[in-house]
Design a protein around this ligand. Structure first.
Ligand code: ADP
Ligand code: X2W
Length: 299
């Protein structure tokens, strides 16, 4: 097995060429909004967290408008374990009773978000943490979830929210002042109750509402895999239907792909599910012609 060259081993001309090749992408995406979903599974390693934060800052400093939506599923599970509770999921959605909702708000709106904000600021950016309550960003109501195999059957998943509307004013105001918004997927309802929303769904809807150029979903697999575990580098709506039907896609990948496909159908120019375990995966995806995951296309 050959190992990747160290930075000392790469000759200066090659380094310069790599940098120069980023120019067309910097020009193309200058001033454009890029929504980045940072999945809980992709944020477990400190070195990778630092590389994620520096990528986000670099994108901002070359003139793009990154907006981060973060998850934290494994971190919520860990906090639930500490109080003797086990996280359960139906069709990729956490069953959220009142006590679980408290933990979700505490973990996502607290520790997880502040870690990301801290790392981006440490890397030289100006990040601001928001939940869906801030500035009235995400309105939601209780999700009524039909069974995938038998749509006449419904699941009660507790305080899980379905997005009703997104008011992006607070995000735009932050962007205009060069801040980087870091958003937790918590919505609020008509009676002021909180809702736990899957972070992929928030990222997708936000990308639509902000008319983002790109939506990039970072996760802990090389992308979407087929039944043999091979990477599928491009997926259309028709192929996605087939993969849903034959059970190739399951668990957390269900809401991720649905959200990605909706965004692609509703005006987001490019939508990618990429491997957040690859250092600098964001730069590879946005500033090079290297494919690092699955591109979701509307047709
Ligand atoms: N066809 C598939 N290809 C890749 N991952 C899949 C597939 N079907 C189910 N998955 C699961 O989806 C997971 C990613 O979703 P999730 O756990 O919600 O991650 P994240 O925290 O990044 O949102 C993968 O780790 C994998 O276990
Ligand atoms: C309703 C629902 O399932 N909400 C998610 C919110 C966090 C999330 O989406 O985190 P990942 O992106 O790391 O999976 C949860 O409670 O786990």
């Amino acid at each position: 097995m050959t190992s990747a060259p160290t930075s000392q081993a790469i000759n200066p001309t090659t380094k310069a060429e790599v940098l120069a090749r980023a120019l067309p992408y910097i020009k193309r995406f200058h001033g454009k909004t890029i929504v980045i979903k940072y999945g809980g599974n992709a944020m477990t390693d400190p070195a990778l967290q630092a590389s994620f934060a520096s990528d986000v800052v670099l994108l901002k400093l070359v003139g793009m408008n990154p907006v981060v939506v973060h998850g934290g599923g494994p971190q919520i599970d860990e906090a639930l374990n500490k109080i003797g509770k086990k996280g359960t999921f139906i069709q990729g959605m956490r069953v959220t009773d009142a006590e679980t909702m408290e933990v979700v708000e505490w973990v996502l709106g607290g520790e997880v978000q502040q870690d990301i904000v801290g790392l981006i600021n440490f890397a030289g950016g100006k990040a601001v943490g928001l939940t869906g309550r801030d500035g009235g960003l995400i309105r939601a109501h209780k999700l009524k979830m039909a069974d995938r195999d038998d749509p006449s059957k419904w699941h009660d998943v507790g305080q899980v929210g379905e997005i009703e509307s997104i008011d992006p004013a607070v995000v735009r105001a932050l962007q205009d002042d060069q801040f980087i918004p870091v958003i937790s997927p918590i919505g609020f309802g008509a009676d002021n109750e909180s809702y736990n929303i899957n972070a992929d769904l928030v990222a997708g809807k936000l990308a639509e509402v902000l008319k983002a150029e790109k939506l990039v979903l970072l996760t802990n697999t090389p992308g979407v895999l087929d039944k043999q575990g091979q990477l599928l580098s491009g997926l259309t709506a028709k192929r996605i239907d087939e993969l849903f039907a034959d059970g190739t896609i399951s668990g957390g990948m269900l809401p991720k792909i649905s959200s990605a496909l909706d965004a692609a159908k509703n005006g987001v120019n490019s939508v990618h599910i990429i491997d957040g375990r690859v250092p600098h995966c964001l730069l590879l995806e946005i500033l090079t012609d290297e494919g690092v995951g699955t591109m979701i296309k509307s047709h």
